[in-house]
Design a protein around this ligand. Sequence first.
Ligand code: WQD
Length: 341
Amino acid sequence: MKILVTGGLGFIGSHTVVELQNRGFEVIVIDDLSNSSLDVLDGIEKITGQRPGFVKMDLRDKVKVHEFFKSNPAVEGVIHFAASKAVGESVKDPLLYYENNLATLVYILKELSRKQKSYFIFSSSCTVYGQADQLPITEGAAVKPAESPYGNTKQIGEEIIVDACKVYENLQAIALRYFNPIGAHESAEIGELPLGVPQNLVPFITQTAVGLRDELSVFGNDYPTRDGTCVRDYIHVVDLAKAHVIALQRLMDGKNSENFEIFNLGTGKGSSVLEVIKSFEKVSGKELNYKIVDRRPGDVVAAYADTEKANDVLGWRAELDLDDALASAWKWEQKVRQVKD
Ligand code: WQD
């Protein structure tokens, strides 16, 4: 069986391709290269010694999607990362997000619904919870009205899969709700490659430390948390990638208790922005230049996962901690900028 990884040259996608190949899967990647580059294929090959199949495609072209599945009948498993994911951009251009994140999902599910059996892993996000009423956050926590069109596409995406799985018995699916993915493969052959000014905390930290940015702006220190800065559950991208392989294997082995399951993927530990900075300074030996500025609209105060279901039902547990993730992010940043310590 071949596994299709859409968005497989992206940050989480590329790390998942590596873990799939490590476990003997044959992988084919579809990516439109809008937020990634072909060099990532080289990076994957350097790590595993196998170059995944690759098709450059805009998944909004449903004819091309249909032709792909027709000429690749062996593809029964799909891990679907391809989507636009910038919260701020989604507010400015909602229709781009609804088309690119949802129309493409429908086209892929339609192809899978025609198969005898098919396995689908959906890249979802803790964003669906908004500011949860209770911490840590379980999968049963209320899905709050989305704070952005991006978050809404994840909520609607899950609902689309629920309805499809009700009708197509052969379609088995799992949604993985990521907390905050950070870090890079230990080889520093692949990692996060944000285009332009990074929106996310960790790439901004590493770019500041490497001299690409003057200073980090900490968005508010007047939140009701232990040090006033927001708390998040930062999960190493390699741990996250392994969870995708375990989830796919669960479906292939028929171990899922219903044909659509949801799992939170986090470490279960919350870290504040200032704690992340402190950890980074420890592992890098660099003093980080930062200043406290106003809050960023839309930020939730705190979010971290209840990992019981992922640990006990999925059989997956995060093995790497914040220091490991930040050290790998720093090693990757230095490699990308060809900077030695
Ligand atoms: C983390 C914390 C910021 C940048 C987003 C998406 C989520 C998922 C992960 C896709 C917050 C603070 C950040 C900076 C800062 N993406 N921060 N200065 O917002 O938790 O989640 O990325 O699925 O869907 O919403 O991650 O890294 O942007 O922010 O102080 O320059 O760091 O205020 O408290 P976030 P983040």
